[in-house]
Design a protein around this ligand. Structure first.
Ligand code: HEC
Length: 152
């Protein structure tokens, strides 16, 4: 084997290791979603009624944007259009928060509940984000459909 081939095979071994990890991740995400046909995700009625205790002040919106940027963009996309690079590999499409019609079906309480509980492939955020951060990101999500509709 020439030196060049050896270097190639070391590289290949490393790359196939990474591929195996990625394949596992995607298989897991795929199984969770494909176990049965997609069921619409509906928050319980009492969760829908919960009022947002965190007003959409400039400070809370800025904090919400930061939370979104650090945790959600990978799947939901920079502008919240559901087109993040992580989301592209999933069987279930991440929600598009710029869709005003979709967002009008949700209350702040139901968004908060979904973010808190999660549903695979989206994990539960309640152990990762504080309650205040979850409300702040709800405030921020509300601005995304407004931004989209003023674009036209
Ligand atoms: C691993 C990719 C991933 C990440 C990261 C992620 N999400 Fe999701 N999210 C999804 C997917 C996929 C769905 C659709 C789930 C379904 O319909 O079953 C979803 C759905 C949602 C919904 C429900 C929308 C609706 O109307 O039903 C909300 C709200 C949401 N995500 C908020 C967030 C927030 C906030 C963050 C960051 C803190 C986040 N997501 C991070 C993948 C992700």
């Amino acid at each position: 084997m020439t030196g060049k081939n050896k270097a190639n095979s070391v590289w290949l071994a490393g790359a196939s290791g990474i591929c195996a990890v990625l394949a596992l991740l995607f298989a897991f995400a795929g199984r969770a979603a494909a176990a049965d046909a997609y069921k619409p995700w509906v928050a319980p009625a009492d969760a829908r009624k919960v009022k947002n205790p965190v007003p959409a002040t400039p400070e809370n919106l800025a904090a919400g944007e930061q939370v979104f940027h650090n945790n959600c963009v990978v799947c939901h996309g920079e502008k919240g259009e559901g087109d993040g690079i992580g989301g592209k590999a999933l069987n279930v499409k991440p929600a598009n928060f710029t869709d005003a019609k979709l967002m009008s079906l949700e209350t702040d309480g139901s968004l908060f509940w979904k973010i808190s509980e999660g549903r695979l492939p989206m994990l539960s955020w309640k152990a990762i984000l504080t309650e205040k951060q979850r409300w702040q990101v709800v405030d921020y999500l509300r601005t995304l459909s407004r931004k989209a509709s003023t674009k036209h």
